[in-house]
Design a binder for this molecule. Structure first.
Ligand code: URP
Ligand code: ZN
Ligand code: ZN
Ligand code: ZN
Length: 485
């Protein structure tokens, strides 16, 4: 691969904005400065040169609810690149009883087509000695240092509190980070049965069965369990004020908790489920569901204040045909929505253009914070000499109307259909490979590489020191009375 210079742009990172050119050699940033020359020149006049996006939450070709999500590592990572995202973190998902290492092999077999770099979280969907032992291998030999726990999906992926506590403690020992899907799965199962019995069978009942208090309760519970286990916690798809409030309060008490809102919850609301067209409503069924608009203000405030840390998509894209599995019974509609291609333009349009967040905060929540939390910074998420050349050259004047007809994702609709966005990639580089050229996709199948991540990141280390210092210990006494026997 020859060298490339990105010239005439303004570099925007999580903490700095400045004019400079970039030289890229062998897939990495080789120099930052002026007057740089290379074999190929990309003109970034009028553009912002930012670290490529990292989506820390995707489900590509995920086996779920009797089917598989339709975007796989090929179409999913192409969609990511088209929207300025240069790394995705997917979930290796053992079925209950399956070895974690077997699940990992399955995921490695799926990811060969990836056009951008990727990593995995490992899901803990059941618990016994084998899982306890394999977690160590997953961390030490495979560089997967984050473990996902579903507190919902009872009878399928859900784990109970005793299993959560055991797994969280194991994460603490290994220097890993637990993630939670926080919804009270027992309550959801009861509400689903009640709603169906009462004749509430349509997609709107999906939202009725998962009120925000179900999420707030589980978020509080997970935070307390993580605190008792002495481990940091990452809460995925935070959709409501109750969950955000729990995270905010925990942070103010010194607990190490991160919250991840999705671009869908930031920009779409529950009125989608009242749409008269069944398909329209079912296409938007995901967990947690879209909320009343007041929750959006809370999520945006969290991004601006730093109480919420990263914006993801939870990209889990099912076709209309797949969604129709749930005609007559909302509990059978496959849960999940897309967004990989739209996350960055939607967040820029609704966040930066409106003044809700700064450009630097945009970089933080779309890239840098995820790299730091997941412990792959500054290889990813940074514009620094030596960092991987995962770069987006962002044109703030470029506009488009989102429509399924021209999207890269393999599904037949888009939940953001008709939205006007302002701010789109001019170039996207994946380890130096120009994957979007003048807005046109030139993704290379198989170019993506697995990113192994070391355990014991700085927050894990600090928290274990603090927990060791403040652990219960026997009181040193001057005298001990004789036993009263
Ligand atoms: O509805 C959703 N979110 N589907 C994907 C699986 C999950 O819960 O993250
Ligand atoms: Zn989830
Ligand atoms: Zn998910
Ligand atoms: Zn090339």
């Amino acid at each position: 691969m020859g060298s490339t210079v990105i010239r005439n742009g303004t570099i925007v990172t999580a903490d700095l904005t400045y004019e400079a050119d970039l030289l890229i050699e062998d897939g990495r940033i080789a120099a930052i400065g002026t007057g740089l020359t290379g074999d190929e020149t990309l003109d970034a006049s009028g553009c912002y040169v930012m670290p490529g996006g990292i989506d820390p939450h995707t489900h590509l070709e995920m086996p779920f609810m009797g089917t598989h999500s339709t975007d796989d590592f090929g179409s999913g990572t192409r969609a990511a690149l088209a929207g300025g995202t240069t790394m995705v973190v997917d979930f290796a998902l053992p079925s209950p009883g399956q070895s974690l290492l077997d699940a990992l092999k399955v995921w490695h077999n799926k990811s060969g087509q990836a056009a951008c770099d990727y990593s995995y979280h490992m899901a803990v969907t059941w618990w016994d000695r084998q899982v306890f032992d394999e977690m160590e291998t997953v961390v030490r030999e495979h560089g997967i240092t984050t473990f996902k726990h579903f507190m919902a999906y009872k009878g399928a992926l859900m784990v109970n509190d005793d299993e959560l506590f055991a797994s969280f403690r194991r994460c603490a020992e290994l220097g890993a980070i637990p993630l939670v899907h926080a919804e009270n799965g027992d309550v959801v199962a009861e509400l689903q049965a009640k709603l169906l019995a009462e004749g509430n069978t349509g997609p709107e009942a999906h939202a009725y069965s998962r009120p925000s208090s179900v999420e707030g309760e589980a978020t509080n519970r997970a935070i307390m369990i993580a605190d008792m286990a002495g481990v940091p916690l990452y809460v995925v798809h935070v959709s409501c004020e109750e969950a955000h409030e729990a995270i905010r309060r925990a942070k103010m008490l010194g607990k190490r908790v991160w919250g991840e809102p999705l671009i869908q919850h930031l920009t779409l609301d529950e009125s989608e489920y009242a749409h008269p067209d069944w398909d329209h409503a079912a296409r938007r069924v995901m967990s947690p569901p879209f909320r009343d608009k007041r929750h959006q203000d809370s999520l945006w405030a969290g991004l601006a204040s730093g109480t919420l840390s990263v914006v993801a998509t939870d990209h889990c894209a099912f076709t209309t045909e797949q969604k129709r599995n749930g005609v007559g019974d909302f509990t059978k509609i496959p849960n999940g929505t897309g967004g990989l291609e739209d996350r960055m333009p939607m967040l820029w349009t609704h966040g930066v253009v409106t003044g809700r967040i700064t450009m630097n905060e945009f970089v933080a929540v779309t890239s840098t914070n995820a790299a730091k939390i997941l412990n792959c910074y500054p290889r990813k998420g940074a514009i620094l000499v030596g960092a991987d050349a995962d770069i987006v050259v962002w044109d703030p004047e470029k506009t488009k109307t989102i429509t399924a007809g021209s999207q890269v994702s393999a599904i037949d609709y888009n939940v953001f259909e008709g939205q006007q966005v302002k701010g789109l990639p001019r170039y996207v580089l994946s380890r130096g490979h120009v994957s979007v050229m003048d807005g046109e996709l030139h993704a290379r199948e198989g170019h993506g590489a697995f990113v192994a991540r070391p355990p014991q990141g700085p927050v894990n280390r600090a928290l274990s020191s603090w927990k060791a210092l403040t652990a219960p210990r026997p009181v040193e006494r001057t005298g001990i009375p004789a036993s009263g026997v």
